[in-house]
Design a protein around this ligand. Structure first.
Ligand SMILES: Cc1cc2nc3c(=O)[nH]c(=O)nc-3n(C[C@H](O)[C@H](O)[C@H](O)COP(=O)(O)OP(=O)(O)OC[C@H]3O[C@@H](n4cnc5c(N)ncnc54)[C@H](O)[C@@H]3O)c2cc1C
Length: 593
């Protein structure tokens, strides 16, 4: 037998086997990315679970076991029901039929499916978890979680957890919480055997401005103090506590009402949205694979430079004549670029030359003259690089994103820079005036006519609305969000980068106070301001190198799509990739032989 032939076929076989293994294991999962839970495997289990501030409930399943298949919809629904509890407990699954998870499942002594285990916060490899015994319907599993929390409570809990322990005495000290940022202090009174009070507390645990404490009927002093009527028809009850002892009953339920109904009513009333519609930030989103859209949520130097290059060469230089107010707008724009653009030395030199060239012009200049100047003022040390491929503003198709995205980015960067360092500027527009210069750029030079009109409409009262540089920064942020709202679902929207109200809760959870019933967001503008300062800060502008990892991710996805177009979806596991390398090595070696 030919030896070379044998080696080649063996390597091919191993490669295909490995690819098909990876393909099978991903394909066979009972859960999808849409489920609000963590699908873990041996490569990320420890990293995700160990040492976290929250406890965990993990389902170890086997994708071919009929019971697991039937149970999966319940587990998904359960994960949805308790997704507002993430600060305290999060949900995960592990497929023990996946070859790479066999050691992991063995380690956790999983020998029947599904096995559900609870892990306390800051768990380590020494903790094999506590088996969840008994009924597995959603209510029972929730009750079991509460028992688990109560049993372990004395071991200590992270300070950000809500207190599910009953109030031991009622005193004015409870109102000290107002100083801790709480805006409402509430008591939920119930019989000791009821679970619903603790579920309500966990449901609301992400509302940092709210404190709900459990009060038990057996604590007669408190019950008397709060004037609570104890009967099957009047409990549970939710009251808002006030320092002047005028406590307000918000909800009175009765013992025949089920937990879900009670939780839904309270949640809807206090949070302003239906419990099932709340989107909650992932506590550990940094560990989750993200799609290409979210990877780009940062400011990239190339995008900013492209924005400037394009605005000079493709917008201003196409104007036939620049005179009067338009000339004034041009000079002001060049002035804010010179003063606030966070550019490299060659670019800043170039912008300074251009500014000085235009500053001397009093009569009209033609676009042609301007285009010529763009060429003439550059030299070896002072220049702006020509257009390069977009980075953060790269769309999933060439028709999406690009220049308008970079222009918004440029404008936000300029208003932030102006707010930070106007006082260091010798001459030219300062503070809020930078926003007015941007408005004039949009009016006179922005080549998207409809965009320009829409923007000017929003800016009708801008002079009254904007009093200082912070107002300016926030005004632009709000205007951009209005545009995002208007364009959401529009054909121009990149499906891989949906229009959202910015910033998303994933990148700034504290920016949002709450969502209202009609879908509006109540923002904490002081936090938004801080966030924008950081997001558009010069120090946080990324060079293209930071994008490389995500680029390869996009390429991989492209590859997968191509494969699936052929009817089969191969996913290269690290083992397969290694084998591919080995294979190419074999090819090389064979050539040498
Ligand atoms: C001034 C202006 C007006 C426009 N008006 C229109 C219009 O009327 N009709 C139309 O079809 N298109 C308009 N466009 C284009 C449109 O707004 C988008 O720029 C384009 O659809 C590309 O969208 P995008 O997904 O790349 O994100 P963009 O909306 O361009 O946002 C770019 C980046 O800015 C950040 N960001 C998003 N929202 C905010 C915010 N509120 N505050 C701070 N940063 C934020 C994000 O990181 C985002 O990736 C306008 C563009 C500009 C510059």
């Amino acid at each position: 037998m030919n030896f070379k032939y044998l080696i080649f076929n063996a390597s091919q076989f191993i490669l295909l086997f490995s690819i098909s293994l990876a393909y099978k294991s991903r394909q066979s999962s009972l859960y999808s990315d849409d489920d609000p839970l963590w699908e873990l495997d041996s490569s990320n289990f420890n990293g995700v679970i160990f040492g976290k501030n929250n406890a965990w409930i993990v389902e170890f399943y086997n994708n071919w076991c009929g019971h697991c298949i039937r149970y999966a919809p319940t587990w998904k629904q359960f994960a949805r029901e308790i997704r507002t509890w993430k600060k305290v407990i999060d949900v995960a699954v592990v497929n023990c039929n996946d070859a790479q998870n066999i050691n992991l499942c063995r380690y956790y002594e999983v020998d029947s499916f599904p096995t559900i285990k609870l892990f306390w916060h800051h768990t380590t490899a020494n903790d094999s978890g506590e088996m969840l015994e008994g009924k597995r319907d959603i209510i029972s599993v929730e009750n079991r979680i509460i028992d688990f929390l109560e049993t372990n409570w004395n071991r200590g809990v992270p300070k950000e957890w809500p207190n599910i322990q009953p109030l031991e005495k009622y005193s004015h000290e409870i109102f000290d919480e107002f100083n801790e940022g709480k805006q409402s202090i509430m008591a939920f009174a119930e019989y000791p055997y009821n679970y619903v009070g603790r579920k309500v507390i966990l449901d609301l645990s992400f509302q940092t401005n709210l404190l709900v404490r459990r009060v038990l009927t057996r604590d007669e002093d408190i019950i008397k103090n709060l004037k609570i009527e104890v009967s099957n028809e009047t409990l549970p009850v939710l009251m808002r506590l006030n320092p002047d002892s005028y406590h307000v009953t918000i909800f009175k339920f009765s013992q025949d009402m089920n937990d879900t109904y009670i939780r839904d009513q309270i949640y809807h009333n206090l949070v302003g949205v239906e419990r099932s519609k709340t989107k909650i930030e992932d506590a550990h989103s940094e560990g989750k694979p993200k799609d290409s859209g979210t990877m780009a949520e940062a400011v990239y130097r190339i995008d900013l430079e492209n924005a400037v290059y394009n605005s000079l060469n493709k917008e201003i230089a196409v104007a036939k004549m620049i005179e009067g107010e338009k000339l004034f707008a041009l000079k002001s724009y060049l002035s804010i670029l010179k003063n606030y653009f966070p550019g490299t030395k060659p670019i800043m030199g170039y912008l300074s030359n251009l500014h000085d060239w235009a500053a001397n012009k009093t009569a009209a200049i033609s676009g042609e003259e301007f285009a010529q100047a763009l060429q003439d003022i550059q030299n070896d040390a002072e220049y702006i690089p020509p257009m390069r491929d977009w980075v953060g503003c790269k769309g999933s198709k060439p028709k999406y994103r690009g220049y308008p995205c970079s222009l918004w980015t440029l404008f936000h960067t300029l208003t932030v820079q102006a707010d930070k360092r106007s006082d260091k500027i010798q001459e030219g527009p300062k503070g809020k005036d930078v926003l007015f210069v941007i408005r004039d750029y949009i009016k006179y030079f922005f080549t998207c006519e409809e965009c320009s009109k829409n923007f000017q409409k929003m800016a009708t009262n801008i002079e009254d609305e904007v009093k200082n540089s912070q107002d300016a920064l926030l005004w632009l942020w709000e205007a951009h969000n209005k545009a995002n709202h208007r364009l959401s679902g529009d054909v121009t929207e990149d499906p891989k980068h949906p229009k959202i109200q910015f910033p998303s809760p994933q990148i700034c959870s504290k920016c949002r106070i709450r969502d209202t019933l009609n879908g509006e967001i109540v923002w904490d503008k002081a936090v938004v301001l801080q966030f924008l300062h950081k997001f558009y800060d010069e120090q946080n502008i990324l060079s293209a190198d930071h994008r490389k990892a995500s680029d390869s991710l996009v390429d991989d996805q492209g590859e997968q799509e191509n494969n699936s177009a052929m009817g089969v979806k191969f996913i290269l596991s690290p083992t397969s990739a290694l084998l591919l390398l080995l294979l190419s090595y074999f090819h090389q070696s064979l050539k040498i032989f």
